[in-house]
Write a new protein. Structure first.
Length: 445
């Protein structure tokens, strides 16, 4: 079985790399290291450290800062930006996603700006580094995404207000234009970010984090990733090219390979849809025999699909093979084309008492032996949205009823649960979770 993919860079290694760039660029004052460490501490204090599965955690913040500083270092060698510009990019990158309220994963830039303008510790550090908080605030607001329509209009009003408050830019259209371009530089570096720092498996994990924390259905991952990169490469081409040419060749290659990887994934999805819709190839749910479940090839095929689940949804990971082979655990697979076709998905589960659920769940049926827990549905990328998950879920319901369970509990996106409620299914919320909106529910069988 494959070793689980970890972050390409740890928080510690990213910190060291950023400090190294600061030192190379003459930022030897201790205030810059203090700002970096203060940022890391803040993210951890708010539960946004490496264990937070949302996209906008401390790893993303440090990756964006690292990519921004790498690109800024090269731009400075070309005399396109100054040392002062670099320090503004450094601090703005560190705080561009810091949202103390964190009601949803998507950052609310005005909250980040409020923090920058009011936090006394940061105020002291910015003063030591001679950094104007108004300019910093304007640059953070420029990372607002998408940069279109009403969202852009509202952000631009606030950006112009902050430039009018700064002694540096108030009466200088040239300075305002310069810092606006720096804000654009930061916003594009933010979007390139982690996609330049690892292979496609890492890029896909980032995209899954984003989808999971924003409560997107998995069938939207490739669609929205392709749209995201096409917008970046086409509508932001001038700045995108500037930043990519400033990065090391390996990082440029990683970014473009990952863009192509999402496009190939989307092409594969379309081909699968065509097979199901036009060629009428079926997705067939199958209750596999206990003998089949003992086979190593079968177990490994399921584990490969299992690893595509977001980490928080990987229940019983350390005992995965044993759980597949265990006859007390209910399991069915999804086959492509026929009952003996390739495995493209599976579901499994057993009594609720065999699981340790996330903190905050107090299920009154725990300990009664009347509830089966359905682990999150596992499907290969490229097969979401073809109703195979629904077919496996319905078959699992039948299996659970045959074992005399009265209730089924599991996790699903809030919108999905609400849609099932509208269809008059006997389903109810047990515990709702924000910001990811991935909620715990119960069904009466």
């Amino acid at each position: 079985m494959k070793v689980p993919m970890q972050e390409t860079y740890s928080t510690r290694s990213l910190r060291e790399k950023i400090l190294e760039i600061l030192d190379q660029n003459g930022f030897d004052s201790s205030c810059y290291a203090k700002i970096l460490d203060y940022t890391i501490d803040l993210f951890h204090q708010k539960g946004l450290g490496i264990d937070y599965y949302g996209y906008h955690n401390i790893v993303h913040e440090l990756e964006v800062t690292y990519v921004t500083m790498m690109a800024a270092q090269w731009q400075r060698l070309q005399n396109r930006i100054t040392k002062d510009d670099t320090k503004y990019l450094f601090v703005a990158a560190l705080f561009h996603d810091y949202d103390p309220k964190k009601q949803v994963d998507k950052p609310h830039e005005p909250d980040a700006v409020d923090f920058v303008k009011t936090d006394k510790t940061l105020e002291m550090l910015l003063h030591e580094g001679n950094i104007d908080p108004s300019i910093l605030s304007a640059m953070i607001l420029r990372t607002t995404y998408p940069w279109t329509g009403k969202i852009r209009e509202e952000a631009e009003v606030q950006i112009n207000k902050f430039y009018s408050l700064s002694d540096i830019t108030r009466d200088s259209p040239e300075k305002i234009d310069h810092y606006k371009k720096l804000g654009w530089f930061l916003s594009v570096a933010d979007r390139i970010g982690g996609y330049s720092m690892g292979d496609f498996s890492y890029a896909l994990e980032i995209a899954k984090k984003n989808a999971h924390s924003l409560a997107w259905h998995p069938n939207l991952i490739a669609i929205r990733a392709v749209a995201y990169f096409e917008d970046l490469l086409n509508n932001e081409s001038e700045m995108c090219n500037q930043i990519l040419e400033a990065l090391p060749r390996a990082m440029r290659k990683s970014f473009m390979d990952n863009v192509l990887g999402f496009m190939k994934l989307r092409e594969n999805e379309i081909q699968n849809q065509a097979s199901v819709i036009y060629d009428k190839i079926r997705l067939v749910p199958v209750i596999d025999s206990i003998k089949t479940r003992q086979d190593d090839t079968f177990v490994n095929a399921l584990f490969e699909i299992y690893q595509e689940l977001p980490y928080p949804l990987q229940f019983q990971r350390t005992h995965f093979a044993e759980s597949v082979r265990n006859p007390d655990i209910l399991l069915n697979t999804l086959r492509f084309g026929a009952e003996d076709g390739p495995i493209v998905g599976f579901v499994k589960g057993t009594s609720l008492e065999n699981y340790k659920l996330r903190p905050g769940i107090d299920d009154p049926h725990f300990g009664k032996g009347d509830t089966i827990f359905l682990e999150p549905i596992a499907l290969k990328m490229g097969y979401w949205g073809l109703k195979g998950g629904r077919e496996m879920r319905l078959l699992f319901f039948m299996q659970a009823q045959s074992k005399k369970y009265k209730y089924l509990s599991s996790f699903a996106l809030r919108d999905v649960i609400q849609e099932r409620m509208k269809r008059n299914e006997k389903i109810e919320f047990v515990r709702q979770f924000d910001p990811e909106r991935w909620d715990y529910y119960r069904v009466k069988l």
